[in-house]
Design a binder for this molecule. Sequence first.
Ligand SMILES: Cc1cc2nc3c(=O)[nH]c(=O)nc-3n(C[C@H](O)[C@H](O)[C@H](O)COP(=O)(O)O)c2cc1C
Length: 201
Amino acid sequence: MFYTTDSNRHGLAHDPFKAIVAPRPIGWIGSKGRDGSLNLSPYSFFNAVSDRPKLVMFSSAGRKDSVRNVEETGVFTANLVSRNIVEKMNHSSIAVPYGVNEFELAGLTARTGKLVDAPYVGEAFAVLECRVTEVLQPKGLDGEVSENIMVLGQVVGIHIDETIIRDGRLDMALARPVARMGYMDYSEGSDVFEMLRPKAP
Ligand SMILES: Cc1cc2nc3c(=O)[nH]c(=O)nc-3n(C[C@H](O)[C@H](O)[C@H](O)COP(=O)(O)O)c2cc1C
């Protein structure tokens, strides 16, 4: 099948776009408001976009509380989600009024970043402490801005749970990172295989 996105007539029961761009990692964004309130929410429009400097981004459909907080304080944490805490991640996505602490709602330990004044998930296997570098609304072909607000941040500190380190590498079969597939589907990255890149002749 083929369809154009101007009409978006895919003929399916649900828009398949996000199922096609999958699996997506989940950035579980920890942030703090100017009023001191703590926030934690998952974003699967999340990825690393640069290695030098180390930059990550998350993208919010509208100005959600995480965006408000990072605009107010200029910092956030991106926590990675593993299989053993995936239900807590889901719980933290609940739509609650501004100021409600999703760390408490989901029964997670909120720790304060070492370098940034933003909370992180004590139970996460890896945490990126970030300083905001840009907040932007990407444009479409017609020049109109997207409804999504994209936050880019530079990773200034990294926490790793040492129980997932084996032979000097992160053992992803131990970490079991969870990814968002389409719809309400998830997958877990424990089925790990290695493949080396070919060498030029
Ligand atoms: C796995 C998962 C991924 C999500 N990804 C996004 C996303 O990329 N962008 C977005 O705007 N909302 C996303 N959501 C929904 C937000 O987590 C939800 O709207 C949350 O209440 C936002 O919280 P906040 O207003 O405290 O930032 C996702 C939810 C789940 C469960």
